[in-house]
Design a protein around this ligand. Structure first.
Ligand code: NAP
Length: 272
């Protein structure tokens, strides 16, 4: 996506992937300054642990507690989180405006935190966090209350009785990796909980149609995969680094071409 964007915009930049071991994170961050690298993206497992190594944080990154983009301005490193705004841009592009709606978020990791903060900022009426423990779900709802005390929040576990909650939900967001090709095409929650009135947003983009998305569409519900979020978080990062507007549609085409030709994220390749 980024190399296509640099080409389209005539920028002499290159986007490269590096696998950084936990023990080398500080050296890698110092390397950004030493090598005068304009910016980087940060992915799992460093999105949170990178924070103390940076000079400042954007407001979003501070509230979410995770950084996915670093900008280097004359050796001063600022951490941003473009996952949150990337998610909202994609959701609205799909025709779903979360203002005044009830959202149910599955998962309590970095992506779930970004989604929760984004939905709170976009005016959701109530947000339910579902995790593998109530303590983890509460970490999500605590972040929402930093933004507004008027948003109704609830913390649940996957083992709880979810039927009543799904009945009042408008938006269901899967922010767990359950459903990824690697996880064998499982479902994060039983399909019986999904109704026609729901809009299901699955953050997963490999496969492009998860079992959850397929099942939701079969029931007549609206559904989207994580490609739009991935494109928009990248476009926002591009804009932070270059100061110019990102060619988002070119980036989307490059991403889909890469996914369909079997390219996989570098970190996923390493696990093989
Ligand atoms: P993460 O920080 O590792 O969080 C994963 C979350 O899923 C945790 O809450 C984890 O629970 C939960 N989980 C894992 N396995 C589970 C299972 N079998 N049943 C129930 N819950 C389970 O990962 P992340 O960065 O948030 O990413 C989550 C997903 O979003 C991944 O599929 C990732 O590819 C996707 N993502 C997409 C985009 C995009 O742009 N489309 C951006 C970011 C992430 P525990 O904490 O209990 O382990």
């Amino acid at each position: 996506m980024h190399n296509r964007a640099f080409e389209v915009c005539g920028l002499n930049y290159r986007y490269l992937a590096f696998v950084v071991e936990k023990a080398h994170l500080k050296s890698a961050i110092d390397g950004i300054r030493a090598l005068n690298i304009k910016g980087v993206n940060v992915t799992m497992p460093h999105k949170e642990s990178v924070i103390p190594l940076l000079d400042e944080l954007s407001k979003e990154a501070r509230i979410i507690g995770a950084v996915n983009t670093i900008n280097n301005k004359e050796g001063r490193l600022t951490g941003h989180n473009t996952d949150a705004e990337g998610f909202i841009r994609s959701l609205k592009e799909e025709g779903f405006d979360p203002a005044g709606k009830t959202a149910i978020i599955l998962g309590t990791g970095g992506a779930a935190k970004a989604v929760a903060v984004a939905l709170a900022q976009a005016g959701a009426k109530s947000i339910v966090a579902i995790g593998r423990s109530v303590e983890k779900s509460q970490v999500i709802t605590d972040r929402i209350t930093i933004i507004s005390r008027d948003i109704l929040v609830k913390s649940l576990t996957f083992e709880g009785n979810l039927a009543d909650i799904f009945q009042i939900g408008d938006l269901i967001v899967n922010a767990t990796p359950v459903g990824m090709a690697e996880s064998g095409g499982l479902l994060p929650v039983p399909l019986e909980l999904i109704e026609k009135k729901h809009f299901v947003y699955d953050l997963i983009y490999t496969p492009q149609e998860t079992v959850l998305i397929k099942g939701a569409r079969h029931k007549g519900a609206g559904a989207a995969n994580g490609i739009g979020m991935l494109v928009h978080q990248a476009a926002l990062a591009f804009e932070i680094w270059t100061g110019i507007s990102a060619p988002a549609e070119e980036m989307r085409r490059a991403l889909i071409h890469g996914l369909e030709s079997g390219d996989r994220p570098y970190n996923a390749q390493k696990k093989d």
